[in-house]
Design a protein around this ligand. Structure first.
Ligand code: SAM
Length: 281
């Protein structure tokens, strides 16, 4: 038996810890806990061999996934939790693994996660669904900082991240995600896998950032282009992109102005964003 397994055995079980600390799930914090160690260890394994890697877990809650991460070869785990009710329980876990596990009692939305640990870093998390999209977009803005992102979303959001041009799920999230990373859905889970069960199914998206990443200015230009294009997705591009150059912009990058946003490839959006940035500077 590994040292980690032995140490975990000296702690109360996950279910006992939840009861002892009165950690009833709160909807406002997007709390749907994973209590099945098999599912947690499968999610942790999606990071590949974690030897020498520094893991950031957003929203450890009662710590089911955290325990699974401790059982990997990850060098360190930085757990960011906003709910003070979970802190004493997580502090017990930190006390058992002082050299590998640290708790950050913070709001992940206002935190620069790169400050928590050195590279190579991965973010592995069962995300609070109410703030999952803004968290992801924030991490994409600094995509070069992550080796991999393994993130549980509502299934519909994971599908939007990986959607192909021409599909109804293809939109701003697909373009930003696939522009910065190789994206895939690694597993889906029914509501019953969580306690309490959410209303919808969930899925883990795996994002592996590309080697070359856009500059912050180019990322901003892409955000503007995709917001305009998909803000009025039923309109032709010459109308939806009017505020940022419309037909003149489309002419310069050789894109038919009568097309609609959902038909453009990532490469075509890349051309639009680069031209939009160049025309502003
Ligand atoms: N990782 C645990 C699991 O899988 O059982 C809990 C996942 S639960 C879906 C989301 C967790 O994120 C909760 O523990 C919640 O308190 C926490 N959370 C919600 N909003 C947060 C925020 N803005 N910053 C950090 N943690 C947050």
């Amino acid at each position: 038996m590994s040292q980690t397994t032995e140490r975990l055995k000296t702690l109360p079980s996950l279910r006992d810890s939840i009861i002892r600390h009165g950690l009833e799930a709160r909807k406002a914090l997007g709390q749907h806990f994973l209590l099945d160690p098999g599912i947690c260890s499968h999610i942790a394994s999606l990071g590949g061999t974690l030897e020498g890697r520094h893991i950031i877990e957003i929203g450890p809650g009662p710590g089911g996934l955290t325990r699974a991460l401790l059982l990997t070869k990850a060098e360190t785990i930085s757990a960011v939790e906003i709910d003070p009710r979970a802190w004493p329980l997580l502090e017990e876990l930190c006390d058992a693994f002082p050299e590998r596990l640290s708790l950050f009692r913070q709001d992940a939305l206002t935190l620069d996660a790169t400050t928590l640990c050195p590279a190579p870093r991965q973010i592995i998390a069962n995300l609070p669904y109410n703030v999952a999209t803004p968290l992801l977009v924030g991490w994409l803005r600094q995509a070069a900082q992550w080796e991999r992102l393994i993130l549980m979303f509502q299934k519909e959001v994971a599908e939007r991240i990986c959607a192909e041009p021409g599909s109804s799920a293809y939109g701003r999230l697909a373009v930003l995600s696939q522009w910065c990373a190789d994206c895939s859905v690694a597993m889906t889970l029914p509501p019953g896998a969580f306690s309490p069960p959410p209303k919808v199914s969930s899925a883990v998206a795996c994002l592996v950032p590309h080697k070359n990443q856009p500059s912050p200015a180019l990322f901003k230009a892409m955000e503007q282009v995709t917001a305009a294009a998909f803000g009025q997705r039923r309109k032709m591009l010459r109308a939806s992109l009017k505020s940022i150059g419309g037909e003149t912009l489309l002419d310069r990058v050789a894109i038919d102005p009568t097309r609609r946003a959902e038909t453009l490839t990532i490469e075509e959006f890349d051309r639009l964003a680069r031209d939009h940035l160049a025309s502003r500077s």
